[in-house]
Design a protein around this ligand. Structure first.
Ligand code: HMG
Length: 420
């Protein structure tokens, strides 16, 4: 019998401060509706240099082990997906391993491919377990990033930061993955990049949206071909994508999930077997269905709208939001997930929500983590953005969290971790 493999539990970590997106719009002289309705944002996480990608990753991972009572001795792999590396050689995974005092007998590494790095890590872990190489052990996959474009840039309202830690095992209480069905698509493009030494990303914003939609089409069609072959979806009656109970997308900003969903539906409408809308205009009208977006996607966006883009973690924040809102309803149902990383690579995959998902999500305390944050003014956000990355403020870490304390002789030293 095929092994059941997937996500057993998750935990999130976010910076302690956020800025209200309408405050930011007003400060920039922009109609707030552009950021709220036009981009779908509500709040944007703001990190200080003490909350770097390591600190956020370690906080999320420690929270996961504590909340879900995980025995570290059962872990055999630690992967960190990130594009906010802090060193060219020493991986964030090694810091997390040390800060959490994990066992020596395990594999650890970072995975990098823009926002796709987290999914790359997740698939490495899933396939390691599915192949039997894990020999019954679990994997810890942490997606951690700080999305930073700079003050007064077009990308400014799509910044954010945080981390999501995923426990991957043969007990997929949150999501049992359909191993072997994934569709992937890679294209060499310059849509978003961050040359070595630069703190802010460079981006061709509107082109990046087209790259996302193009790669998504390839990835979705690849998944659909295999799902059709295995009889998990079919042509006729409803479209194949409509046979997924929900779809969670990579969310650089919430409106992007709406565009992505329209694109998935367009793929189905263009390739449909049998009669259907037969002009591009008619297909687009059906693809844009607000009812379909509301039913299949809208409820996954609550956490993303309050945190902003978290690059590798954005898809997993959408999964968090979805399961936090609907785990009980979705138990036993198949959902789709779309990961996108600039550069670019997209991957579409699916899985079945577990019967214990609601219980697992209750332990994650997602709303509590978000509610503990402090709203700051735009002036304070700008002050934090201006701080040097190697000179963290001397703040005491909140219980259960880690902070970068200092960089001494090019070595990063962290404080905290007393688990609340
Ligand atoms: P922009 O040019 O300032 O905004 O930048 P716009 O003029 O395109 O307006 C945005 C939307 O607001 C439009 O809606 C407007 O109509 C609407 P749309 O036509 O797209 O549906 N709008 C309004 N709505 C209501 N009331 C108003 C109003 N005014 C305008 N008054 C852009 C937007 C996203 C390009 C910019 O913020 C940016 O460059 N962001 C960063 C890049 C990005 O997020 N790209 C996404 C795809 S690539 C990706 O996902 C990978 C990534 O996560 C990185 C990685 O992989 O590592 C980024």
């Amino acid at each position: 019998m095929k092994k059941r493999v997937g996500i057993e539990a998750l935990a999130i970590a976010v910076p302690r401060r956020y800025v209200d997106i309408e405050d930011l719009a007003r400060a920039r002289g922009v109609d707030p509706a552009k950021y709220t309705a036009g981009l779908g944002a509500r709040e944007m996480a703001v990190n200080d240099p003490g909350e770097d990608a390591v600190a956020l990753a370690a906080t999320a991972a420690a929270r996961l082990l504590k909340q879900q009572d995980v025995d570290p001795a059962k872990l055999g792999m630690l992967v960190v997906g990130t594009e906010t590396g802090v060193d060219h050689s020493k991986p964030i995974a090694s810091h997390v391993h040390g800060l959490l005092k994990l066992p020596r007998a395990m594999r650890s590494f970072d995975a990098q491919h823009a926002c796709y790095g987290g999914t790359a890590g997740l698939m490495a872990a899933v396939e390691w377990i599915a192949s039997g190489a894990g020999a019954g052990r679990s994997a810890l996959v942490v997606c951690t990033d700080i999305a930073r474009y700079g003050i007064k840039t077009a990308g400014e309202p799509t910044q954010g930061g945080g981390a999501v830690a995923l426990l991957v095992s043969e007990q997929p209480d949150l999501l049992a993955m359909d191993v072997g069905l994934n569709g992937a698509c890679t294209v060499d493009v310059y849509d978003f990049w961050r040359p070595v030494g630069r703190r802010e990303a460079l981006v061709d914003g509107h082109y990046s949206i087209n790259c996302y939609l193009d790669a998504l089409s390839g990835a979705y069609r690849g998944w659909r071909e295999r799902a059709l072959a295995q009889g998990l979806v079919r042509w006729g009656g409803t479209m194949p994508s409509e046979q997924l109970a929900r779809i969670a997308y990579h969310v650089p900003f919430c409106k992007m999930a709406r565009k992505a969903h329209t694109q998935v539906r367009l793929c189905d409408l263009e390739d449909a077997v049998g009669p259907g809308p037969n002009t591009p205009e008619a297909r687009e009208a059906v693809a844009k269905s607000a009812a379909s977006f509301d039913a299949q996607v809208a409820r996954s966006l609550n956490v993303n709208a309050r945190v902003g883009n978290v690059y590798t973690a954005s898809l997993y924040l959408a999964l968090t939001g979805l399961l936090d809102a609907e785990a009980a309803t979705l138990a036993g149902q198949r959902i789709g997930l779309l990961s996108y990383g600039s550069g670019c690579c997209a991957e579409f995959y699916s899985g079945v929500v577990g019967e214990k998902a609601a219980e697992r999500m209750a332990r994650a305390g997602v709303e509590d983590v978000l509610a503990r944050r402090e709203r700051v003014s735009v002036e304070e956000y700008e002050r934090l953005m201006g701080l040097a990355p190697d000179a963290p403020e001397a703040l005491t870490p909140e219980p259960g969290t880690f902070r970068l304390a200092e960089i001494r002789e090019h070595r990063r030293l962290y404080a905290g971790g007393t688990v609340a």
